[in-house]
Design a protein around this ligand. Structure first.
Ligand code: SAM
Length: 629
């Protein structure tokens, strides 16, 4: 099993098998040569600097479990170049313009350009592998992993289902489709589906992107040796549950210790190279680690097959685009006929305009999209359209602008209506509030939601309060759409953490924090939660109860929920999930004879990776809900 992030070096060092370029007579006679040694000799013979020679400061290592990486053999001062690789050794996805090409070759080149980059590069890799020992890259191909532990190649059906998060499942579907369609391109059927799966998972987990002239990525490259560096990137230091309540976001530390740069030829005889240099002093024995970039966990899991601990760049998609966010807002908050049609249209227009004004990257994105093949442009467009909530609690500015605009357009009319209704009979008030609870309905009918039979949710007393509440409400819906309870995941992960003796994710601390948050809620509003649990225990039920209590205690509807509404709904959801989990665990433990680890696997039947992945999503959602209170 791979050690992750900042704790890698502490566990790995004693199990090192460091590869040098020495071979044959110079190597110890009884020692079997690993594929890394011929690879190093090939690299040195082809002009790679920094590794393999007697005075090298770094070496490749291979752990007992097969994990590999790069380790410092001596102290390396910040700024020092640790390896240099001529780019003629890279396998790239570049399609060169050839002035002498005939019409058929020109057409083939054009077809290649239109393929997604990963299919193009995977095709190059497979073509080289098919050359066997005659291929100039053979020693490099021999050290590529047989299998990348990514969902595409290594997940069972149960593992995929256990991810529970729809945007990830859709991405996985797309990657699977890519692999199945790769064989259908001209010449693609030379290789089997398994070969395409392998090649695609290799290129997705080892490719470097050189910046293109129009921005974005220009050329993609597999660069031997640099692709042996493992990842350590930004890490949230703040304890679980406190990260997004801190001023200015969570406290984050970067754990990589090198970076890569492309170097242009120094003179007419020179050549392009990739250089890796230390970004801080590195001690002897420390693992040399690169950041793979500020990516969310979706990318890490889908393409690299692991989930980095406490990643501040993880996020949750709240809406697929701003249009569905605006539709959802109207469905959720706007009663039928609250605004005359022309004012409603003006509010919608102004929400779109405010969202667009926030989209500062739109022009740069258009340039990148114009340069990308259509199949890729579509994916980038969909990705850019998504409205996300980050692990640090930051919400997409387009959403905030659109919701503020809608709130400002609707609040005066709603306030007036509610003042009117609060001066009418109390039974009237309580019946309108008792159905204000569609917390777990899904977004996205296309028109003014007021067509739905349930009453809208309260707006909140100020736009800021409204924004917090609207985001929290959406988070509840997304959380409720995930099948297993957060606390069950945290319990399983904390047990796994105890068992593995490795705690970079801090699951035990997360379990303590979130279990306490629910207990605190119960202490405050236990009766209400009890009622919600007894009546089926849904978040919607809890919201309805909260609204009923708020109205019957005479609070105006616009402020209903200000005292604990979101917290109440979340706590009800968590509590209900925890109870279900407890029941299932009892069943599982009875069936398995009661041992902790046995009962864990019998309740889930899946590996730990999807559980880690989904637990991080749930924590982002739970934090936003708790913060809104
Ligand atoms: C660019 S390669 C790095 C070299 C790789 N370890 C090898 O043996 O060839 C990326 C792969 O290394 C592994 N990896 C890199 N960083 C990791 C980390 N922090 N935790 C777990 N696995 C990691 C993953 O399998 C990933 O797909």
């Amino acid at each position: 099993m791979h050690l992750q992030g900042c704790v890698r070096q502490a566990r790995r060092t004693p199990r090192l098998a460091v590869a040098t370029a020495a071979a044959g007579p110079e190597a110890a006679p009884q020692q079997q040569e690993s594929a890394l040694q011929p690879f190093l000799r090939w690299a040195i013979a082809n002009g790679v600097e920094g590794v393999g020679a007697a005075d090298s400061k770094i070496a490749l290592y291979e752990g007992e479990g097969g994990e590999r990486g790069v380790v410092a053999l001596q102290p390396i001062p910040s700024g020092q170049v640790v390896m240099r690789i001529p780019l003629r050794l890279a396998i790239t996805d570049q399609v060169d313009d050839d002035d002498d090409a005939d019409a058929q070759q020109a057409q083939q080149a054009q077809q290649e350009r239109e393929l997604p980059w990963s299919v193009r590069l995977a095709g190059r890799l497979l073509a080289k592998a098919a050359e066997g020992d005659a291929c100039p890259w053979a020693p490099y191909l021999a050290v590529l992993p047989q299998q990348v532990p990514s969902p595409l190649t290594a997940f069972s059906w149960e593992d995929v289902q256990a991810l529970e998060y729809q945007p990830m499942l859709r991405q996985l579907e797309h990657t699977t489709w890519l692999a199945s369609s790769a064989g259908q391109q001209p010449g693609g059927s030379r290789f089997s589906r398994e070969q395409w799966d392998w090649a695609l998972s290799v290129v997705h987990s080892r490719t470097f992107g050189a910046p293109g002239p129009a921005g974005g990525v220009g050329v993609r490259m597999l660069v031997p040796l640099v692709d042996m560096l493992n990842h350590a990137g930004d890490f949230i230091l703040s304890p679980p549950g406190s990260s997004n309540s801190a001023e200015g976001g969570p406290s984050v530390q970067a754990f990589e210790n090198v970076r890569w740069d492309l170097r242009a030829p120094a003179g007419p005889e020179g050549e392009w190279a990739m250089e890796v240099a230390a970004t801080r002093d590195i001690s002897a024995g420390e693992e040399v680690l690169l950041s793979y970039g500020e990516r969310g966990n979706d990318d890490f899991l889908l393409h690299y097959g692991f989930v980095p601990p406490r990643n501040p760049h993880d996020d949750v998609t709240l809406f697929t685009d701003i249009e569905s966010a605006i539709d959802w807002w109207m469905d959720t908050f706007l009663p039928l006929g609250a605004l005359p049609p022309e004012r409603l249209q003006a509010a919608i227009n102004s929400a779109y305009t405010s969202a667009e004004e926030q989209d500062s990257s739109a022009m740069a994105a258009e340039r990148v999209l114009a340069a990308a093949p259509e199949a890729e442009a579509e994916i980038i467009r969909a990705e850019l359209a998504r409205i996300k909530l980050s692990a640090g609690g930051m919400v997409d500015g387009r959403l905030l602008a659109a919701f503020r605009s809608l709130y400002e357009a609707a609040a005066p009319a709603l306030q007036q209506q509610q003042q009117g209704s609060s001066s009418s009979s109390s039974s009237n008030a309580s019946s309108s509030s008792s159905s204000s609870s569609n917390a777990s309905s899904s977004s996205s009918s296309s028109s003014n939601a007021s067509s739905s039979s349930s009453s809208p949710a309260p707006l909140g007393g100020s736009w800021l309060e409204h924004l917090r509440r609207a985001v929290a409400r959406r988070c509840q819906e997304v959380l409720a759409g995930m099948a297993t309870p957060l606390l069950q995941d945290l319990e399983r992960l904390a047990a796994w953490e105890r068992h593995s003796g490795d705690a970079p994710h801090s699951w035990a601390a997360a379990l303590t924090h979130y279990a306490a948050a629910i207990a605190a809620y119960e202490a405050r509003c236990g009766g209400l939660l009890g009622a919600a649990a007894a009546s089926g225990g849904s978040a919607a039920g809890a919201s309805a109860e909260m609204a009923a209590v708020a109205s019957s205690s005479g609070q105006p509807l616009l402020d209903a929920g200000a005292a604990g509404g979101q917290d109440a709904a979340l706590a009800a959801l968590l509590l209900q999930q925890a109870r279900q989990a407890e029941q299932e665990q009892h069943k599982g433990s009875a069936a398995s004879g009661g041992s902790e680890l046995q009962s864990e696997s019998s309740t889930s039947g899946t590996s730990i990776l999807p559980v880690i992945y989904r637990a991080y999503k749930k924590l982002i959602l739970a934090d936003a809900i708790l913060l809104a209170d």
